[in-house]
Design a protein around this ligand. Sequence first.
Ligand code: NZQ
Ligand code: ZN
Length: 387
Amino acid sequence: MQNFEYRTPTRIIFGQGVIEKLPGVMAQFGKKILLTYGGGSIKKIGLYQRVLELLDGFEIVELSGIQPNPKYNPSVLDGVRLCKEHKVDVILAVGGGSVLDCSKAIAAGACYDGDPWDLITYKVKAKAALSLVDILTLAATGSEYDPGGVISRTETNDKIGYMDPLLYPAVSFLDPTYTFSVSRKQTCAGIADAINHILEQYFCEDSTLMNDGFCEAGIKSLMINGKACLENPTDYKARAEMMFVCTLACNDIMSLGNSSSGWPMHGIEHALSGYYDITHGEGLAIITPRWMKHILSERTLPRFVKYGVNVFGIDASLPPMEIAEKAIEKTYRFFEGIGIPMHLREVGIDDSRLDEMAHHVAVNEGLEKAYVPLTEKDIKEILTASL
Ligand code: NZQ
Ligand code: ZN
C-alpha cells in the first residue's frame, strides 16, 4: 500500500429539492455572483429561472454559452474578465462537467494578474481562487467533487487536464431530478466516462482488496443503473445512484493507497477531443477495449481475471487468458449494447491525423510512466485499432 494524503473539502448537498438551501449557502460567500452555464439546457428545465428567484437580492453577472470541451478562448478569458470587472465574490456554476471545469479555471484566473493559461499549464502555481458553488445537471465527470478541470485551446489542439486543491468546489448541489432531461447520447457518455474513471484506478500495479471491491461495485452499479436510466430517464432511484457513483468515481477515494496508473486512456482521449471536439465519454468507450487488448500480457493478466470474474461473473475455472479476453469482449459489448459508437470513424475521425495525435499524446501526457508504459508507437497502435 502506498503512502497518501487525502482531504476533500467539498460540501455535498444531495437529493431532490436541495436547491432551496441555495440562498443560505451563497450568502456565506458574498453578494456578487458570477453565474455560469452552457448552451441553454438549464433554461429548458426551469432551473435557471428557479436559481434567479432564489437569488433575488444578490447581484448577478452572467457568463453563458460555455461549450462542451470548454474553451479557453472565449469562455475562460471572458469569465476572468467579468470577475475582475465586477469584483465578483463567488462563482455559481450550473450545468455539466464542462461548465464546472470552465468555472474552476475562471475561479483561479480571477485571482491571478497574468495570463490564466500559465495556471492551467502549471507554469505558475495559483496562490488563490474564488470560491465555487455548483449545481450539477449531468452525472459523468465527477468535477463536482474533485480538484480538476479540463480546458481546450482550439488553435493548438490542446486539451489540458489540470489539478489544484484550490479548485475543489466549496459546495456542490446534487439533485438527481435535474439529470432527468439529459439526452440518451449524453447519458451513455456519462456512464462510459465514469466507468472509465474507475478502470483508470483499478488497472494499476498495487491495490487493496477494499479498493478493488469498491471499484468493482462502482462499475456494476454504473452498468445496472445506467441501463435503467436509459430505459426510463425519470427513474429517480437509478439517476440518483448513477449521480452518486459518478461523484465518487473521480476524486481518488476509490483508490487511496493504490499506485497510480497514470490514467492512460484519458491521456489518449484528450487528443481525440482536443483535435476533433468529440464527446469525451464516447472517445473513452472507443479507446477502452483497444487499450485493454494492447496491455494484456502475463504481467497484467491477474487484474483482467479479477475484473472478469468479479464484474461480469465469468466462470473463474476457465483458463485465465480466456477469462481476460472474455472480459475485454464484454466491456466492448456493454458500451456497444447501450448504443455508443465504437469506432473512431463513426465519430468523424479518420486515419489522417493519427501520427500527429500519437505524437501529441506521447509528448504531453507522460504515458511512458503509466501502469503499462506507452510509447508513441503504442499510442498509434491503440488509435489505429480504434478506427
Ligand atoms: O450546454 P448545455 O445547454 O447545458 O447542454 C449540455 C451539453 O450540450 C448538455 N446538458 C447538461 N446538462 C443537461 C444537458 N442537457 C439536458 N439536460 C441536462 N440536465 O449536455 C451536453 C454535454 O455537457 P458537458 O458538460 O460537456 O458534459 P460532461 O458533464 O460529460 O462534461 C464533459 C467535460 O468534462 C471533462 C471532459 O473532458 C469534457 O470536457 N472532464 C472533466 C473531469 C474533471 N473535472 O474531473 C474529468 C473527466 O475525465 C473529463 O475529462
Ligand atoms: Zn473522464
